[in-house]
Design a protein around this ligand. Structure first.
Ligand code: ATP
Length: 482
């Protein structure tokens, strides 16, 4: 969680303690610009401005047919790694609307704010810490800030602005009916700690995980889906015996770096950034961020995920405020204690953007006539690809339709697939490359005779002739984990 002394972003400067992990290459290799990704997302219907027919809402985005698959795959992989494959983590889902007491006890009402400055000339408002970082190179550096909108140096004194969205439950607006849209998913795991622990019969060390929407009234949203006011988080609270917390923290830092790398992000584009002491949130003993290198000048190294040792702050705070017992009783030792909490807190929408950046490649490849052409290809890990297989009848002729539909009926049972019979086959391959489909299956006139199809591999562009009867097992072998 960000406090009023929260971490400024982006982190593009020296002087911070950083390390890339598990790689001998230290220079980031990602070069694509944000505007290229935004354009691709719009032209292919991945992510686009919300309600654009009415002019849109600033920095609010909708996910189209491909975007919703991609984002859900990111979340599915997180859940698989963090919950399904472990015997020490269970899941839950908390309501988005919650009472004032939760956010009072958690410290959000008092601390969940950003320093805001207003320009006396054009009246636009900005995050002071971001302006300090981009214009002066650091939070504590003295100097006069310039309004990025009108260029005047008439910015006022910073005022703290609370980032939570408030609304009313029921027909009467009063202080008693106030509810808040959660600004993070983490508090759901703390307030439900006793019931989830008891009913799942877990003992520390164990975790509770949750994914879902969070809302922050960000002063300066932007950089596409990197910072929005409505976004999705994937958070896990790992409850451990005090004294074992530092080792578990390191364990989760390593595990989370491995997760991004295993799903295809090149190690040299990832790094760990250690929070300085004066940057730590009020509850944290140690925090590190997993950062990704977004090459745009306004982004640079930017946080994908925060990993905090939250100590026993949250359980104690909610115990004090609610009067309920939030301790764990260790029957063997005969002791009662508040577990310490290690929190890997990731953004699903922000991670989706990073996966898009890292997968985007422009390559030279021969076309059907053997002439070199540039092709855009999203080299997404197949587990993240929106469609795993595209079924493409060579021509739109009715004679091919039954065989092509038969193939589609086989593959769609197991994977998200697309059936596409419009345009030339070359253009259809290019489209599938651009949206990251790992395999294209072409049904041609020979298929009617030999009951076989041509399977094209996105990355190598090599083609195999495969019997329709063997197609499913051929693809299962090549799409592990999908
Ligand atoms: P930042 O410093 O970028 O504002 P934060 O430190 O406040 O982020 P956390 O409270 O640690 O973020 O939230 C955990 C994760 O949730 C972040 O690492 C990020 O991936 C995601 N996240 C937080 N705020 C936003 C937002 N406004 N838009 C998209 N994702 C977000």
């Amino acid at each position: 969680m960000r406090g009023s002394r929260g971490a400024p972003t982006p982190h593009r400067h020296g002087g911070v303690r950083c390390q890339t992990i598990g790689s001998t290459v230290s220079e980031p290799t990602v070069t694509v610009e944000l505007k290229t990704i935004v354009e691709l997302c719009k032209t292919r219907g991945i992510i686009f401005p919300t309600a654009e027919i009415y002019g849109g809402v600033r920095s609010t985005w909708d996910y189209g047919p491909l975007g919703v698959e991609l984002k859900e795959n990111v979340k599915r992989q997180w859940w698989r790694t963090m919950v399904q494959l472990r015997d020490d983590v269970v899941g839950m889902e908390q309501a988005i609307l919650g009472p004032t007491e939760v956010w009072q006890a958690s410290g959000h009402l008092a601390n969940f704010s950003d320093p805001l400055v207003e320009c006396a000339s054009c009246h636009q408002r900005f995050r002071e810490d971001h302006l300090r970082e981009t214009q002066l190179g650091g939070e504590r550096v003295e100097g006069t800030l310039t309004c990025p909108a009108c260029g005047k140096q008439e910015l006022g004194d910073p005022k703290n602005f609370n980032l939570m969205f408030k609304t009313n439950m029921g027909p009467i607006e009063s202080s008693g009916s106030t509810v808040w849209m959660r600004p993070e998913t983490a508090q759901g795991m703390f307030v439900n700690f006793p019931i989830v622990q008891r009913t799942s019969r877990k003992k520390p060390p164990f975790g509770i995980a949750q994914m879902g929407k969070s809302f922050r009234n960000e002063i300066t949203p932007g950089n596409f889906v990197f910072r929005t006011r409505e976004f999705e988080q994937m958070e896990m609270e790992y409850f451990v015996e005090p004294g074992t917390d530092e080792d578990w923290h390191q364990y989760w830092i390593d595990a989370r770096m491995d997760w991004y790398a295993d799903l295809g992000i090149r190690r040299e584009n990832l790094r760990i950034r250690e929070h300085e002491d004066d940057e730590l949130s009020h509850y944290a003993k140690r925090t590190v961020d997993v950062e990704y290198y977004f090459p745009d000048a306004s982004m640079g190294w930017s946080e994908l995920e925060g990993l905090a040792n939250r100590t026993d702050f949250d359980l104690k705070a909610h115990q004090e405020a609610s009067g309920q017992d939030l301790t764990y009783f260790d029957q063997v030792a005969g002791e009662r204690y508040h577990p310490y909490v290690i929190e890997p807190a990731a953004g699903a929408t922000r991670a989706t953007l990073a996966f898009l950046f890292d997968a985007y490649r422009v390559e030279e490849a021969p076309d059907a006539k053997g002439e070199m052409q540039s092709r855009t290809v999203l080299k997404l890990d197949p587990r993240l690809s929106p469609y795993k297989v595209a079924v493409l009848p060579l021509s739109k002729k009715d004679t091919l339709t039954p065989a092509a539909k038969e193939v589609f009926d086989i593959v769609k049972q197991r994977w998200m697939c697309e059936y596409d019979e419009t345009q030339s086959i070359g253009r259809r391959y290019r489209r599938q490359d651009e949206i990251g489909t790992p395999y294209c299956v072409t049904v041609d006139f020979d298929s009617l005779e030999d009951r076989a199809v041509t399977v094209r591999d996105r990355d190598t562009m090599s083609q195999d002739r495969v019997a329709i009867d063997r197609l499913e097992s051929y693809l299962i072998e090549r799409l592990p984990g999908c």
